[in-house]
Ligand binder design. Structure first.
Ligand code: UFG
Length: 327
């Protein structure tokens, strides 16, 4: 299948691109390199530098390459940033997504995979969180993703647009050894902890140890990026049977302390940690139920233990201490 991937130079997008190519699909990456890296793009993918705020540029790529499907990763993705600069999310994420969707409809494309988020579940009533959980976006970031989910719903009703909305919990690990996480600045726990092991940071701050969890630190569902990639590919192949929405996690929670302890074991470094104040907006526990995608598509995450996940991340970070070396 010929697939256009927006954000295909980013952490998750570039991993999915590599997996698509491995399965024999042909891929065009459309990315403005704002957070992405040219070096992350698989050499067999066609790379187009472009911005989703430029409708004419999208039209021209869709006309030139005529993809059968689109995977849309490109977006601003930081909860904290969205609380400080909401229009980056409520305006840019939304209008960029809208440009892409309008152009897709105009060019007769009817298959779409969308990167959504667990930030739709700020106040879950049940744990693990399944797709029936009520939607309470936790930030303008989550809201921007939900607005696009609603657009997709209507495009399906009106045009028979087939989509999958995939709500990621905590993406992590590396499509080791050549592809991994390289954000600047970095805000995510696992890469921060590994930067301490590389002595690029002095210590990690634990954002609060007085949560209602077994060890007092926040519990998250860490899902390996290669398992995420597999879910995207299964969802793409299933679109002919209809649109769908899935929560994607590995179904287990690990605390901040457990992550740090496991990283000490994997790296052999003491990784100094200090308890700091809570980070505003962090829910105590977020664990996904992915029963629906397991049942419907036979998805089975391979990286379910934290040690295996952190080992792949360490393999990437220790061999690429400066990421893609393009800063
Ligand atoms: N944490 C620390 N110290 C740090 C960094 C993080 O203690 O230096 C803690 C956080 O408080 C949180 C956990 O580690 O409890 C994980 O934090 P991340 O920033 O790695 O990830 P989040 O759970 O905050 O965010 C992730 C995704 C978002 C998504 C969100 C859904 O990165 O894109 O889950 O709730 F929106």
């Amino acid at each position: 299948m010929k697939v256009l991937v927006t954000g295909g130079a980013g952490y998750i997008g570039s991993t999915v691109v590599a997996e698509l190519i491995r399965e024999g699909d042909s891929v065009v990456v459309f990315d403005n390199l704002y957070q992405g890296h040219k070096g992350a793009v698989h050499p067999e993918a066609t790379f187009i530098k472009g911005d989703l705020n430029d409708r004419a540029a999208i039209d021209s790529v869709l006309a030139d390459y005529q993809p059968e499907a689109i995977m849309h990763f490109a977006s601003h993705t930081l909860v904290g940033e969205s609380m400080e600069n909401p229009f980056l999310y409520l305006a840019e994420n939304v209008t960029n997504g809208l440009n892409l969707l309008q152009s897709a409809v105009d060019h007769g494309i009817r298959k779409f995979i969308f990167s959504s988020t667990a930030n739709l579940f700020d106040d879950p009533e049940r744990m693990p969180i399944d797709e029936k959980e009520r939607i309470v976006p936790g930030s303008p970031y989550g809201e921007s993703k939900y607005i696009i989910e609603r657009m997709l719903y209507w495009l399906d009703r009106v045009y028979g647009f087939r989509y999958a909305a995939l709500r990621y919990f905590n993406a992590c690990g590396a499509g080791a050894p050549e592809r991994g996480e390289d954000h600047y600045p970095e805000y995510h726990l696992i890469p921060i902890v590994l930067q301490v092991a590389l002595e690029q940071r002095e210590k990690v701050f634990i954002f609060g140890n007085d949560y209602d969890t077994p060890d007092g630190t926040c519990v998250r569902d860490y899902i390996h990026v290669l398992d995420l990639a597999q879910a995207h590919i299964l969802a793409l192949r299933a679109l002919d049977q209809g649109s769908r929405t899935y929560n994607l996690g590995n179904g287990q929670g690990f605390s901040v302390k457990e992550v740090i302890e496991t990283a000490r074991e994997v790296t052999g470094h003491p990784i100094p940690a200090e308890i700091g104040p809570r980070r505003p907006g962090d829910p105590a526990t977020l664990i996904a139920s992915s029963d629906k995608i397991r049942r419907e598509l036979g998805w089975e995450p391979k990286y379910t233990d934290l040690k295996g996940i952190i080992e792949t991340a360490w393999q990437w970070h220790s061999t690429h201490p400066n990421g893609y070396n393009d800063r």
